[in-house]
Design a protein around this ligand. Structure first.
Ligand code: ZN
Ligand code: MN
Length: 476
């Protein structure tokens, strides 16, 4: 690919809000119910049915806007976005248009190419989801499931601030982390509760104007974000380099073929004939309501990372790993408070605990108290690091008290100098040439002797004590 091109990407992210009921009716939002069992006259769009806005959804949307540093407007307007599609029984979607809930925020993330980048959040508005067309249920026919019709969403429109597919992925990862932290959505792309469309254009490096963009849709798994955008970028570059020009289109990503194909020429907003929703009053938020949502926000990931670095003297890298999810961050802090030395706790959480969680549906199976105890057993010389890992695995799978388990597995280190002295004598007796070289000044052989003692003891010798006994014997 030519170096002379720069990619410009802006993401529009739809996020399902974590509510029990839909945006404008009382129907359940739970996932996986049989088709068309969670519907009523409002979300079916039957004539005469009237929508009522869901206060819980509005609260969650405001929290999202505040976490993104947006200005939350005291008055916003619901609007009808008119279009025809089989999964849209009303013939319009209730969204927000010229007076959205919130505008002008930002999201800072770590770009793999440019380091820390602050991307603009242009706007955040409330809307309802459409239903779902199902193409694989009946042969040669399409079915429609309206369970999702009317589910509350926020749409988060990012500015054209991203410069590569990898950067778009990093942005989305950071956005997802933030939304999960504040608990307003489960952000599960596979269940459709996080969906992303991307506006993509290219320009010559150094240009500042924006060229004609396409919109890439149907990116339905997190792992496809970077790939889909790379495919579209490459398509545009090839097109322009062969003398063509990009036209404003909606492109559908096909993950199986790793291609994009045009779906339709992209609409302009006037095609939707937006107008204020006559069945809903303006959405008016009191300062008290907004303040209440603000008070519900937890410490955000960036703040937590900075605090971990300051409070526990952790590197940025370690603090980043430990604050990647709220659950891991809380677990780590519980281990430290158990108590355990912060850096040792960090090492254990980042290696053993996270590796174990990865294999067990993200469950942190060893309690913070038990992990702190294991760390203490290593620190106190009762367990070697290797033995401690075995105890950790045992506690993870079967539970129980670390000390008892260490004893029952025969892993407790031997700190009895008489027993150690016997192993040391055996080792020195078996390695006369090395003993000679050591006595002639080759002191780095100490590591070798300690290793041999560990071997002779099948890992049970306390290595620090073994070294002391070795030093005594070798200087005698
Ligand atoms: Zn309903
Ligand atoms: Mn939308």
């Amino acid at each position: 690919m030519s170096q002379a091109w720069e990619t410009v990407i802006g993401l529009e992210t739809h996020v399902q809000l974590r509510t029990r009921s839909k945006m404008f009716c009382g129907c359940s939002t739970s996932f996986g119910a049989p088709p068309n069992t969670q519907v009523c006259p409002v979300c079916l769009g039957l004539p005469g049915a009237l929508p009522v806005a869901n206060g819980a959804a509005i609260g969650l949307a405001v929290r999202g806007a505040l976490a993104l540093g947006c200005t939350v407007h005291p008055k916003s307007i619901f609007a009808r976005k008119n279009y025809f599609y089989p999964d849209l029984p009303k013939g319009y979607q209730i969204s927000q248009f010229d007076q959205p809930l919130a505008t002008q925020g930002s999201l800072s993330f770590l770009s793999p190419e440019r380091g820390a980048v602050t991307a603009t959040i242009v706007r955040l508005h409330l809307e309802e989801d459409a239903g779902k067309s199902i193409h694989d249920r009946f042969p040669k026919a399409t079915a429609v499931d309206l369970n999702r019709s009317g589910v509350p969403l926020i749409e988060i429109v990012g500015g054209p601030d991203l410069r590569s597919p990898a950067e778009a992925r990093a942005y989305l990862q950071t956005l997802k982390q933030l939304l999960e932290y504040i608990g307003i959505s489960d952000c599960d792309m596979e269940k459709g509760s996080l969906r992303v469309d991307a506006n993509v254009s290219i320009r010559r490096a150094g240009e500042t104007a924006l060229n004609t963009r396409t919109e890439v849709k149907n990116i339905n798994a997190f792992s496809f974000v970077e790939k889909a955008l790379g495919v579209e970028r490459d398509r545009q570059i090839a097109l322009v380099e062969s003398g063509g020009s990009v036209s404003q289109q909606t492109m559908l990503y096909d993950a199986k073929e790793s291609t994009v194909r045009p779906q339709r020429s992209k609409e302009e907003s006037h095609d939707y004939r937006y107008f204020p929703e006559p069945d809903l009053p303006p959405l008016v938020l009191t300062p008290e309501f907004v303040a209440e949502q603000q008070s519900e926000l937890p410490e955000l990931p960036g703040q937590k990372r900075e605090r971990f670095m300051a409070q526990y003297a952790l590197s940025r890298e370690h603090a980043t790993v430990l604050t990647a999810s709220r659950a891991v961050a809380e677990y780590y802090e519980h281990v430290v408070r158990a108590p355990a030395e912060p850096q040792s706790a960090a090492n254990w959480v980042m290696t053993e605990a996270l590796a174990d969680a990865k294999d067990h549906q993200e469950q942190l199976r060893v309690s913070p108290a038990a992990l702190a105890q294991i760390i203490a057993l290593v620190k106190g010389g009762t367990l070697s690091n290797q033995a401690a890992k075995r105890v950790f695995a045992e506690v993870a799978s079967k539970g129980g008290d670390p000390r008892t388990i260490a004893e029952s597995l025969g892993l407790v280190l031997v700190a009895d100098t008489n027993v150690l002295a016997a192993w040391v004598s055996d080792v020195l007796g078996a390695h006369a040439p090395e003993v000679g070289r050591y006595k002639n000044g080759e002191t780095k052989l100490m590591a070798f002797f300690v290793g041999q003692v560990m071997r002779a003891s099948k890992g049970k010798a306390d290595p620090k004590l073994a070294q002391r006994v070795l030093e005594e014997k070798l200087s005698a």
